[in-house]
Design a protein around this ligand. Structure first.
Ligand SMILES: Cc1ncc(COP(=O)(O)O)c(C=O)c1O
Length: 382
């Protein structure tokens, strides 16, 4: 059976050159950067160099880069770290209803267990947060706003610079989960988000899993969430995973300034998929027509559910997703789709195709042949 991988928003294959750059750190270069002897000092100088490289690429200071285990940890550090650091100033946090669970579950916890008040901004039918809604929601006790740069399920690209400018004007810290954004959109400089904190995750752009970073604009120093040694500027205890850090930095350098998800290559493929979806009865494209990730096509299918659809696609060799990878295997309705305000009966029927570097027109032609049959079969199961 052939394999067609349309799940690049879940993860991407490790690039071979990134892997080659990592290999010495799984083998000969094994020192602990905190050790005082020459083996340790060698690891330390490579770590310092990696931080300088990452900072240079992003236009940040080396001290503003915290290496983490990925998007989830970066979001947790940003949200818990700022909330606990500033709790004496205020206990109000603003987010949106379409964030990843790595954001939503943090604010849920702060609300239930630590006495914070959370405002979850609505979105319109295309998944956009309104800049006016944000301005109206900011209160004197608001300490943090966290809004994602690009949505993993439907690809909406938020007006992040504008949202960030509102926060800056009102003196409120702004965090953006840019995990799905890097490697897909043109990047000039970390300051283009107007954010105090930015989450990055390597495996979404051909880097290794378990590697990420949080940019924290100085002089902010959020509370740590991991305690132990004084690593990462005392913000993240734990012996550094040098192989993962090198993988992240290599992938950043190779795939972010010139986005590895090429809009010119992907748009013709994605547009064919959109017109396929639109030709089929009972199938609805979701997400914006413009200001969207170039690789993501999501749709809802009347009279079916995601599990039947994903299983049917898998039988034909097509790897797709029902939105966030963590909810695959359960038929919980997508909170993103519910947030768009579509008929709740349809929220269980999301299918997301997310394309990438290795996707081809030939794969799209194959999808054009098999997807309509899979959908018909899945609708028959209802
Ligand atoms: C928008 C967004 N944020 C955060 C994450 C979490 O990343 P990780 O699971 O690699 O920690 C993901 C992963 O799907 C994501 O899409």
């Amino acid at each position: 059976m052939r394999t067609v991988y349309f799940d690049y928003n879940a993860t991407t294959p490790l690039d071979t050159q990134v892997r080659d750059a990592m290999l010495p750190f799984l083998d000969g270069i094994y020192g602990n950067p905190s050790s005082v002897h020459h083996i340790g000092r060698r690891a330390r100088s490579i770590l310092d160099d990696a931080r300088d490289r990452a900072a240079k690429l992003l236009g940040a200071k080396p001290s503003e880069m915290i290496f983490t285990s990925g998007g989830t940890e970066s979001n947790n550090l940003a949200i818990f770290g700022v909330a606990r650091h500033l709790r004496s100033k205020g206990r109000h946090i603003i987010t949106s209803v379409v964030e990843h669970h790595a954001v939503l579950h943090c604010v849920d916890y702060l609300e239930k267990k630590e006495g914070f008040e959370i405002t979850r901004l609505p979105v319109n039918r295309e998944g956009f947060v309104s800049v006016d809604d944000l301005a109206k929601a900011i209160r004197p006790d608001t300490i943090l706003v966290t809004i994602m740069a690009a949505n993993n399920e439907i690809g909406t690209i938020q007006p992040i610079a504008e949202l960030g400018a509102v926060c800056r004007k009102r003196g409120v810290l702004f965090h953006t989960d840019a995990v799905q954004w890097f490697g897909k959109e043109p990047f000039a400089n970390i300051h283009q988000f107007n954010a105090n904190l930015v989450s990055i995750c390597a495996h979404k752009f051909h880097g290794p899993k378990g590697a990420g970073a949080l940019f924290i604009k100085s002089p902010l120093l959020p509370d740590p969430i991991l305690f132990g040694g004084g690593h990462e500027n005392e913000r993240r205890a734990g012996t550094e995973n040098l192989a993962a850090i090198i993988g992240l930095v290599e992938a950043l350098e190779r795939f972010v300034p010139n986005p590895v998800f090429s809009r010119d290559k992907l748009l013709p493929l994605v547009n064919r998929l959109i017109s396929l979806v639109e030709r089929m009865p009972g199938t609805h494209f979701v997400g914006p027509r413009e200001l969207r990730l170039p690789n993501t096509v999501s749709f809802l299918i009347e009279g079916s559910d995601s599990i039947a659809l994903l299983a049917g696609l898998d039988l034909e060799g097509i790897c797709a997703s029902s939105g966030s990878a963590c909810s695959a295997g359960s038929i919980e309705p997508s909170h993103v789709i519910v947030g768009l305000g579509v008929d709740p009966k349809l929220a269980n029927s999301l299918v997301r195709f997310s394309l990438g570097r290795e996707s081809t027109m030939e794969e799209i032609e194959y999808a054009e042949q098999v997807v309509p049959q899979v959908i018909k079969r899945a609708q028959g199961f209802q």
